[in-house]
Design a protein around this ligand. Sequence first.
Ligand SMILES: Nc1ncnc2c1ncn2[C@@H]1O[C@H](COP(=O)(O)OP(=O)(O)OP(=O)(O)O)[C@@H](O)[C@H]1O
Ligand SMILES: [Mg+2]
Length: 480
Amino acid sequence: MKILVVEDDRDTREGLQMLLEDFHLDVRAAATLAEARAALAAFDPDVCLTDLQLPDGDGLDFVREARAEDPRREIVVLTGHGSLDSAVEAMKAGAFDYLVKPLRPVQLEAVLGRLRRGAPDGGGDAALWKTLDETGRFGAIVGVSPAMREMCAVIARVARSDAPVMITGESGSGKEAAAQTIHDLSRRRGRPLVAINCGAVSANLIESELFGHERGAFTGAEKRRSGYFELAQGGTLFLDEVTEMPPDLQVKFLRVLETRSFRRVGGNEEIASDVRVISSSNRDLAEAVEKKTLREDLYYRLNVLPLHVVPLRERREDVPVLARFFLARIAESEGGGRRSFSPAALESLAAHPWPGNVRELRNAVHRAYVLSDGDTVDDAVVAAVLAGHSSGVFASVRPPAPGSSPRVEAVEPAPGGAPTVADDPLVVPVRVGDSLEDVERRLLERTLAAVGGNKRKAAEMLRVSLKTVYNKIKQYELER
Ligand SMILES: Nc1ncnc2c1ncn2[C@@H]1O[C@H](COP(=O)(O)OP(=O)(O)OP(=O)(O)O)[C@@H](O)[C@H]1O
Ligand SMILES: [Mg+2]
C-alpha cells in the first residue's frame, strides 16, 4: 500500500512517516499543498493522510482533487481537537475517515486496518443507482422522489466512510431503513448491525449490556458475557432514540468513541473497538442539547455525518410506489394472490397527510389488503382505512374460509346489550384459525392497555424480558 502523508508540522510529519514505515508501508511525505499535488502525480498513492490546514492552501481542496483523480483512492484527514467541523466537511468531500491530533498509534493502526480490509468496490454504487432508476429501490429503501434520490446519494457517500452518522426524521419516516442501507452498502456489511434502543436499556445493567462483563464481575455474573460493542465488532452499532440515553451512559459512550476502546465490567483488558456508530432521533437535537438531555460533546461526536429523512407528506410521489411495494410484500406474506390498487385508491393514498409516515402507510396498506377481496383494492376500502373505521375491527378480521370471501366481524355488543367476551378489556378472544402472531399482538396490546402502558409491568405479567416487550411493540408497531 502506497501512502502519502501531507502535514506541514515537521515533528508530526516525521513521526507519522516513521510509524507508517513500521507497518511496512511505502511512505512519502509532503509539507505543502504544492508538494502534495506533485506527489499525487509522481507517486500515485493508494491512501493519503492529510492535514487540513496547509501553509499554501486548504487541505479540503486536496481531498477533492485526490479523489477526483482516482475515486478508489482513500483519504484520511488529520484534524485538531477543536476543528471537528472541518473533518465533517472533509467526510462530505469523500474522505474515508479522520484522525484527531494528537495522534495515538492505536488509532492510526485501527484506521489502517480498516483501509486494508478491503477497498470499496468502485462500481458498487453504480449497480444500485441502476436498480433505483429501474425499480425505485435502493437497498432497503423504496422511493422515486427527488428527496429520496438525494438521500440515497448521501447514503452511498456516507456508506464509504467510517465516521458516525446521525439520522434525524419523524417517527416512521424510515430512519432505521436508512441505517440498514448504510450498513449494507458499507465494507462492514459482512459483520453484524446491532441496534440498541437507548431508552430501553435498563439503568443498572447498562454498562454490562454495552461492554459485557467478566465472570464474577458482580453477583449473578456466572459467565463471561459479550456486550453490544463486542457483538457489533467489525460491524455497525445503531443507537436508536439517542436522546433517551441515560446521562451516565452518555459519559461512558463518549469515552469509548474517543479512545475507540473499552473494558468489560470487572475486566482489565482494554479491548479495541472497531464499530461504526449510526445514531437516530425523531427529536429536535438542538433542543435536546439545550435542555441537557443530550450532552453537547456527545452530540458533536455523533453528528459528524448528518442525514435527514424527509417526512412522507413532503414527498408524495413516493406514496404510490411505496403502497404498491407494500401491497406486493403483504400479499406474499399473507399467502394471498397479487392485488393492485384502483387509480382512485392510489389518489386517496397520495392525498393523505401521513402523520405516521411510511410506517402508517404500510399499516394502512395491510388493513386495506385484509379488508378487500378480489384483485383490486378500491377507493372505498382505502377511504374506510384512512378514516380510521377499520382499526377497531382489524383485530377481529378472520382469515377467509377456503372459497369464501373474507369476513369482517365488528366488535359490537351482542343483541340485548349483554357484553360479549370481546368487550372485556381483560380478555383476549382467541379462535382456532387465528394466527399465532395475531394472538400475540392482541395479547400484548390488551396487557399494555391493562397496565396503563407500563412496559415493565407488562413484561412481568407476560413473563418475558423488558427487552422482548420493546421488541414486540416494535414488531407489531403498537406505538407510533
Ligand atoms: N423508503 C422506504 N422504503 C421502504 N420501506 C420503508 C421506507 N421507509 C420506511 N420503511 C419501512 O417503514 C417502517 C418504518 O420505518 P423505520 O422503522 O425505518 O422508521 P423510523 O424512522 O426508524 O421510525 P421510529 O422513529 O418510530 O423508530 C419499517 O417497516 C421500514 O422498513
Ligand atoms: Mg426507528
